[in-house]
Design a protein around this ligand. Structure first.
Ligand code: XMP
Length: 321
């Protein structure tokens, strides 16, 4: 009988057997998989695990705090945050092509993470690297054809050749719903366990145009409002995710009070999906759409228009870049 409690127990025993008295590093993305993998390893080896969280400056409002405060207080894990915001902004300056953005973000991410690994290795016997690989990832990377390769996902196939770590992958045999149950069993907060998917390149691929500090600030504000209203309407579990996209390269004329405005549109992209390979646009209630639109145009000065993406996948992808 495979209960969640027994999966947890078995994994903890397996991790202890693999790592022995060594030390392990785990990169946290803010997502559920790396969080659950880290929590399991923390249970097994305590503070011989160090988690690394890279703030690339492309995070949504409150995400860094969710890792630094909520995850740490739930697990007691040892955490190093690397503030690489400036580095990413510099590397992205002037870049508008989606694939180029993805490549730059992926490359910089690996560099920053490898430096963090080197720094840690200098302080102790860190021989193990924890990854939140799930069963479907294992299957997919065996195949790796078709839709999965339409956009270069920066967390797949990004490992350096001369990897000097032994991998610890405690979720290799689990599906997403099992991972969530393991997370709850380990006492992780609902906000982490039921977090919707968010792409590794973050807000960088939700700005159509250049990724600047100012564009990030605008998008972060609009996105936070959309998420607040969807949560308030208890719709989080009904939608797969709802990217908010800033059309930084587009301006349109508006009117506010007595004045003409010439601002940017944001796009709401609510989707329903089983596995993100295909998706349908979610028929959100009009009153929720209205609240989101009114609040964004009132509260975010640079945005004077909110539009709704009603495209399924295919032909559209979920993200705009
Ligand atoms: P698309 O835009 O290809 O997205 O329909 C499918 C799902 O994958 C997420 N996504 C990513 N996740 N790294 C990730 O970890 C990435 O580079 C990436 N690109 C897209 C997207 O949010 C959606 O859930």
């Amino acid at each position: 009988q495979w209960t969640i409690a027994s999966i947890v127990e078995d994994q903890i025993a397996a991790i202890r057997a693999q790592i022995g008295d060594g030390r392990a590093i785990c990169g946290l993305s803010g997502g559920v998989d790396s969080a659950v993998a880290a929590a399991l390893v923390q249970r097994a080896i305590g503070d011989r695990l160090t988690c690394v969280f890279v703030d690339h400056g492309l995070l949504r409002a409150g995400e860094r705090a969710q890792v630094e405060r909520d995850f740490v207080s739930a697990t007691g894990v040892k955490l190093v945050t690397v503030d690489a915001r400036e580095r990413f902004l510099n590397a992205l300056a002037g870049v508008t092509d989606p694939e180029q953005k993805r490549k730059i973000i992926g490359r910089e991410f690996i560099r920053v993470f490898e430096q963090a690994e080197l720094d840690l290795k200098a302080t102790g016997d860190y021989r193990f690297l924890v990854q939140g690989t799930l069963y479907p990832d294992v299957v997919e990377s065996g195949g790796g054809t078709g839709a999965a390769n339409i956009k270069s996902h920066h967390n797949v196939g990004g490992l350096p050749e001369d990897l000097e770590f032994e991998l610890v992958e405690p979720l290799r045999e689990l599906f997403k719903d099992e991972v969530r149950r393991v997370g709850l069993e380990l006492g992780l907060p609902e906000t982490i366990v039921h977090r919707q998917p968010f792409p590794g390149p973050g807000l960088g691929i939700r700005i159509i145009g250049e990724v600047t500090e100012q564009n990030l600030t605008i998008l972060r504000a609009a996105d936070a409002i959309a998420r607040e209203e969807l949560t308030a309407a208890a719709l989080d579990r009904d939608i797969w995710q709802c990217p908010v996209v800033l059309l930084a390269d587009v301006r349109s004329v508006g009117v506010q009070g007595d004045g003409r405005t010439y601002g940017h549109p944001v796009v709401l992209r609510p989707v329903s999906s089983e596995d993100a390979m295909t998706a349908d646009w979610t028929r959100l209630p009009y009153d929720v759409l209205e609240r989101i639109s009114t609040r964004i145009t009132n509260e975010v000065a640079e945005v004077n228009r909110v539009v709704l993406d009603v495209t399924s996948k295919p032909p559209g992808t979920i993200e705009w870049e």
